[in-house]
Structures are given as structure tokens and as C-alpha cells.
Design a protein around this ligand. Structure first.
Ligand SMILES: [Zn+2]
Length: 342
């Protein structure tokens, strides 16, 4: 489906509560499924105990937040996924947040495999093209102008940095973007915990609140076929990802996806920390001759259901602030044409 087709579908769509979505012709195509009066508290009122979400759609999912602080509580400032005056503004926003996500990954040590590790973000105008980090450049100094624009065929296009890219990055990420219309961003690096965990052939277990984010919502690719220089490896990874938010790449590492690069970067770090926690807990249990205690299926599913697209975007914004402040003015906190949602 083309970008304009998505917009038209979105513009005529109504939520169950009857709110007309995407009223402004010049505003981004993203739909809004929440109340403009929603307060700041992150306490969703919709509970889905027994149903798995359907296949992911390109539209954002937002939280439905009940009022807290009493009936007369004043409106407060809330971090939200922004809207955009036009697609150029949305492109600039994606590139800024792409560069910030890469810097953050660099600060966390995920740049430790040299040229390994890649983050891609779908272009909002040329929707079958994506932006990717240039091959061999440090994540920690990335700017929007450093990013490379790549076609679905792997051709580096003018309009971005005319720089080589990691072939494995293209093979893996192009397959994911091709298979998943809803995926705007994908993050993959090689971390030490995921290199160890991915050799165990198991998924994350719901052993703590944070691990529940991935409960019944990640895949495992068990057929490692060598460094991803062949198209088949990318397709197999995309198949193992399925409709979920992440995939354990056996004997390799892990990869996460989202509708924002902020969300994909947050999920990548979150998944890695959950992997570390499970390795620690399993090792301790092995020493004690016990087993980890699991969260109930109902509680795990409820917790996972709260991590909607806006929630994972919000979860990254403290890291975004850290990176922007550390750049000493090199990176702005906003782009022209970025519109704050109420
Ligand atoms: Zn890799």
C-alpha cells in the first residue's frame, strides 16, 4: 500500500469511540486513537487478558489513560509521539531520532563489533527506501547528514550520504521492511549477552515485569546460515520475526522493530537487559538446584499489552534528552514542522 493510500485509509477511519482521525490534510498520516484530554499518568484502562493482538498495522497504537489526581486535576505536559506539518518535517524528525538512537547505542557499547550493527528507518516519502548508518562510522558521532538513503534493491541514492553500507545490514533490514509494512525502524547489533543467550536455543521467559514486554511477542530464528550476505538469510530472519516486536537470532544476537526508531532502540536495549537478567537468574538457579519463578500468563499478557507504540516511544525520550544534551548543540531537540500533540 502506498503512502497516499495509507493516508486516505487513515483519513476516513473512525475509532470505536467515534473520534474522526487525521483531520488535517497536511498533517502526517498517522492515526490518533486516544483522548486529547488524556493526563500524564501511564495507566492504561484497557485490559486484554486473554486475546493476542491481531497482525500489526501501520497506524500507531496509543494508550487510553484514565484521569488520575481527582476529577479536577489540571492538564499537564505529556511527552507524546508528535505530528508533522508535512512529510519533509517527518523525514527530518526520523533522521534526527535515527542519529540520536545510533549515538545512544554507541554510548551503551553496542558499537563494539566495529562495522557490525545497523539501524534502519523507513523513509516517509519514498516508502520503499530506508535510511541506514554508513559502514564503519562510529555510532557515537552520528548526525542526520551522515545517514545513507538506500532503495529496496540496495542502491545508495542521492539525497543522503553517498557512502558504502554494510551488505549484511541491507540483506537483513530490507527483508524485514519488505515483510512488515508496519515496521518503520529496525535495530540490530551484537551484544555479549545476546551472543551467549542466542546459543541456548530458548526464548525470553516472563521472570520479571520488564521481560513481560516480550511475552508471546518475539520469535527465534534457529537456522543460522552464516554471515547475512545472501538474500535467503534476510528472508528467514523476517519469517522468524513474524508479526512480533523482536527476534532472537540463534548463534548471532537479536533484532527489534517498531513504528518509531525511538521505540525500536528502546526495545533493543530492553531486550538485551532482559537477556542479561535471564542468564543471571538461570545461572543462579543452576547453582542452587532450583528454577526461576515465572509471572502468570495473565499478568504477563496484561503487562505486554500496555507497551503500545506510544509507550515505547516515551520510554526512549530520557535517552534522547541525554544524547541531545551531550551533543553540546550539534543535535537539536526538535525539527521545523514538528507539532506537539495535545
Ligand atoms: Zn548481525
Amino acid at each position: 500500500m502506498s503512502y497516499s493510500q495509507r493516508f486516505l485509509r487513515c483519513a476516513t477511519q473512525q475509532t470505536k469511540s467515534g473520534a474522526i482521525q487525521c483531520k488535517q490534510q497536511r498533517v502526517s498520516q498517522r492515526c490518533i486513537a486516544t483522548s486529547s484530554k488524556a493526563p500524564a499518568a501511564i495507566i492504561p484502562d484497557s485490559i486484554h487478558h486473554s486475546t493476542r493482538p491481531g497482525p500489526p498495522t501501520p497506524n500507531f497504537t496509543f494508550g487510553a489513560y484514565p484521569k488520575v489526581g481527582g476529577p479536577n486535576a489540571k492538564e499537564v505536559y505529556r511527552i507524546r509521539i508528535p505530528e508533522f506539518a508535512d512529510l519533509e518535517a517527518e523525514r527530518a524528525h526520523r533522521k534526527l531520532h535515527h542519529a540520536v538512537a545510533l549515538r545512544w547505542l554507541g554510548y551503551q557499547g553496542y558499537n563494539n563489533e566495529g562495522a557490525g550493527g545497523h539501524v534502519t528507518v523507513r523513509d516517509p516519502i519514498l516508502t520503499d527506501h530506508f535510511w541506514i548508518n554508513p559502514h564503519g562510522k562510529s555510532f557515537s558521532y552520528m548526525t542526520p547528514d551522515d545517514l545513507v538513503l538506500v532503495s529496496k534493491d540496495g542502491e545508495v541514492k542521492e539525497g543522503g550520504n553517498m557512502h558504502s553500507i554494510n551488505p549484511a545490514g541491507y540483506i537483513i533490514h530490507s527483508a524485514v521492511h519488505e515483510a512488515r509494512e508496519d515496521v518503520i525502524a529496525a535495530v540490530h547489533c551484537h551484544s555479549v549477552p545476546s551472543k551467549a543467550f542466542s546459543a541456548l536455543g530458548c526464548k525470553l521467559e516472563p521472570i520479571n515485569q520488564d521481560a513481560c514486554r516480550f511475552y508471546n511477542d518475539h520469535g527465534i530464528y534457529s537456522g543460522f546460515g552464516g554471515i547475512a550476505f545472501k538474500q535467503d538469510e534476510g528472508r528467514h530472519i523476517a519469517e522468524a520475526l513474524g508479526n512480533t516486536k523482536g527476534v532472537i537470532l540463534q548463534n548471532h544476537g537479536h533484532l527489534t522493530v517498531a513504528k518509531t526508531v525511538d521505540g525500536a532502540a528502546f526495545l533493543f536495549g530492553a531486550m538485551d537487559r532482559c537477556i542479561q537478567a535471564q542468564l543471571l537468574a538461570d545461572a543462579a538457579c543452576a547453582g542452587r538446584g532450583t528454577q526461576t519463578i515465572k509471572v502468570s500468563a495473565e499478568a504477563a499478557e496484561y503487562t505486554r499489552s500496555n507497551y503500545n507504540d506510544e509507550m515505547i516511544y516515551i520510554m526512549f525520550q530520557s535517552a534522547f534528552e541525554d544524547v541531545v544534551r551531550a551533543s553540546n548543540g550539534e543535535l537539536p531537540s526538535n525539527v521545523q514542522g514538528e507539532i506537539r500533540r495535545p
